[in-house]
Design a protein around this ligand. Structure first.
Ligand code: NAD
Length: 356
């Protein structure tokens, strides 16, 4: 197969980790007889420096024309003084909206060889961690109006959170379909005891559930969900929730599995074209030092193969290569443990390629 991949290297460690993921994709292409064509799409701080805006039209066009988009990370202290409308992350929000990416899928899976990195009590970790957070991505408070006004001699700020039924329904379908391929349990998270948007969320998810009688549906308040994720994560299979709650819970979920450098995510809309990236940021503190862990980005490339290109065997091969490298004891600094063999970003990429 021939596939065109838009590549956003971004800032900080972005170029280093994306370089290794591309190396892995090339090894997959060699092994399985595919051709991946990469097209550069500058975005983030580097695009502000070169073009004055975080997402130039040419980059957006490249992403919209590609079969899928691979992203490192954007942002860094150099661009923190930019006005809000021109910050690096505005480029990402604009891209998600333009691509119609309404769902973010983030697996929280603990690697058996990294169980020592799990910050939970050993008896809790022993029950296993393997669930997926399905987060609504282009609605809710992140896309409502934000205003700050002067009133009675002080500043007053307001953020509008709104959801329409269709925005809830489409993400609920993604969650139920994903549960059918897993352990058939969806936990819908809301704050229906306080928020109208959550009451609509609960009602709509319940209606969608009628089409999936083989999947169990549970409802949970977000404060309880935050607690249950650390008390007994083994109870979860698929969590579905709105944008703000999903942002927070998916970070919590990834933290309990070990390192932030290990976790991929995919953002999907209608059709197969998605955006694939690691969950972490641009890690400016270790940029340019060959210390970044590329595994999150490599596993994001595996998600691209599986969900974007329908290449399950190829994705399995990449994931097995990562498992094998970990089993052989190789570790980047963020997941280093006693007895481990410390390697840098480039060497970790080479070791994964070697096992494909
Ligand atoms: P971060 O995720 O970049 O870093 C947090 C900590 O984790 C740092 O100590 C970093 O060294 C470490 N870390 C992250 N990824 C790692 C990896 N692959 N290997 C080893 N260690 C890793 O979060 P931050 O410091 O809060 O943010 C830095 C910049 O990234 C900010 O400008 C932020 O806005 C941006 N950011 C971008 C994205 C994105 O592009 N999707 C997401 C989050 C943050």
């Amino acid at each position: 197969m021939n596939k065109t991949i838009a590549v956003i290297r971004g800032d900080g460690i972005g170029p280093e980790i994306v370089g290794e993921a591309i190396g892995v994709l090339d090894a997959v292409a060699d092994k399985f007889g595919h051709a991946f064509i990469y097209q550069e799409a500058p975005m983030g701080g580097c695009a502000i420096d070169a073009f004055g805006v975080p997402l130039p039209e040419s980059s957006l066009h490249t992403c919209l024309q590609a079969d899928s988009v691979l992203l490192g990370a954007v942002g860094g202290p150099r661009w923190d003084a930019q006005p809000p409308v021109n910050r690096p992350e505005r480029g990402l929000l604009k891209l998600r909206e333009a691509m119609g990416l309404y769902t973010n899928i983030r697996p929280a899976r603990m690697f058996a060889d990294l169980s020592a990195a799990c910050p939970l009590r050993a008896d809790i970790a022993a029950r296993g961690i393997d669930f997926v957070v399905v987060r609504e991505l282009i609605g809710g408070v992140y896309f409502g109006s934000h205003t700050t006004v002067e009133e009675n001699g002080e500043q007053k700020a307001e953020d509008i959170m709104s959801y329409a039924e269709h925005e809830i329904r489409r993400v609920a379908h993604v969650a139920f379909q994903m549960a059918r391929k897993r352990r058939r349990r969806v936990t819908s998270v809301d704050k229906a005891n306080v928020l109208d948007t959550s009451r609509l969320w609960r009602k709509t998810v319940t209606e969608v559930a009628a089409a999936y009688p083989d999947v169990e549906l549970l409802h949970m308040y977000v404060d309880n969900a935050a607690m249950q994720i650390v008390r007994d994560p083994s109870q979860f299979d698929v969590i579905v929730t709105e944008n703000l709650f999903g942002d927070i819970l998916s970070d919590e979920a990834s933290q309990i599995t070990g390192s932030i450098g290990m976790i991929p995510s995919s953002s999907m809309g209608e059709g197969s074209r998605g955006l694939y990236e690691p969950i972490h940021g641009s890690a400016p503190d270790i940029a340019g030092q060959d210390r970044a862990n590329p595994i999150g980005t490599v596993l994001a490339a595996a998600m691209m193969l599986r969900y974007g290109f329908d290449m399950a065997a190829e994705a399995d091969t990449v994931e097995a290569a990562v498992d094998a490298v970990l089993k052989d004891g190789y570790r980047c600094g963020d997941i280093m443990q006693s007895g481990g063999r410390l390697v840098g970003c480039r060497e970790m990429g080479r070791l994964i390629r070697e096992r494909i």
